[in-house]
Design a protein around this ligand. Structure first.
Ligand SMILES: Nc1ncnc2c1ncn2[C@@H]1O[C@H](COP(=O)(O)OP(=O)(O)OP(=O)(O)O)[C@@H](O)[C@H]1O
Ligand SMILES: [Mg+2]
Length: 242
């Protein structure tokens, strides 16, 4: 099966800081790939390169048949295929939940009022927040706001979703709510790549775990790699988390 996302020998520097040093990994349709690693190891940068929020210096990145490393890549098309959710929800405070979700549907997809409303309610249903359609972000818990941010991304019908530490700002209970939504999405066949510190979640659900260290894919495997790390670096990383 050909991968939906494929990074091959990706290099990326910020000035003299060589952040990605030949990173290669891929995600096939319906797979969940988890990126783990210490702060500064390049996880967010790798994720941002996939959506071309950062341009790479060398190597190739392919997403849904698009060559992301090409200077002429159709960014509009790329951003329709890829949804990205960050730790901060970035909802507009003066718009209701439903209006936040409808924004891109109306202005990017140019859908009418009724159709975008329908889609907003559907995706809110998917994250268990249909009854909050008319609420304002400040009336929601952090976990609920993050689920709205996920719904907003889902509304654009992406083929791949990228999640960068989406639960890091949440307490354990709210984290659980958001992880459940992600588990549902995965079980419905969504292709997802996530940066996470939730080792138990990654261990149980990820098809592949990528441990990044100093800008390289240091160790990779399935969930069992959490129980039996092969490199001293991953061993130390996992021990620090306990
Ligand atoms: N836009 C940028 N400009 C300059 N340097 C950057 C930029 N983005 C990231 N870096 C640097 O790249 C390195 C890797 O950062 P990155 O955010 O990818 O790490 P990370 O693995 O996601 O870490 P964390 O777990 O703390 O989120 C760091 O040294 C960081 O300072
Ligand atoms: Mg990061």
């Amino acid at each position: 099966m050909s991968p939906i996302v494929n990074l091959n020998e990706v290099h990326k520097s910020f000035g003299s800081n060589h952040v990605l040093r030949g990173v290669s990994f891929s995600a096939a349709k319906g797979e969940m790939v988890a990126l783990i690693g210490a702060s500064g190891s390049g996880k967010s940068t790798a994720l941002r390169c996939i959506d071309r929020l950062e341009a790479i210096d060398s190597g190739t990145i392919e997403v849904c048949g698009l060559r992301v490393d090409s200077p002429t890549v159709d960014l509009h098309q790329l951003r329709q295929e890829v949804g990205i959710v960050f730790q901060s929800y970035n909802l507009f405070p003066h718009l209701t939940v439903e209006e936040n979700i409808q924004l891109a549907l109306r202005h990017v997809k140019k859908l009418g009022k009724d159709e975008s409303r329908q889609i907003a309610l559907t995706v809110l249903g998917q994250v268990g927040l249909k009854e909050k359609a008319g609420a304002y972000p400040e009336q929601l818990s952090g976990g609920q706001q993050q689920r709205v941010a996920i719904a907003r991304s889902l509304a654009m019908s992406p083929k791949v979703m990228l999640f960068d530490e989406v639960t890091s700002a949440l307490d354990p209970q709210l984290t659980g709510e958001v992880l459940r939504v992600m588990e549902d999405l995965s079980s419905q066949g969504m292709t997802m790549i996530l940066v996470t510190h939730e080792m138990a979640f990654a261990r149980r659900l990820a098809n592949r775990i990528i441990y990044m260290h100093q800008g390289k894919v240091w160790e990779t495997g399935d969930g069992s790699m959490i129980d039996s790390p092969q490199t001293p670096e991953l061993q130390a990383f996992l021990n620090n988390g306990l």
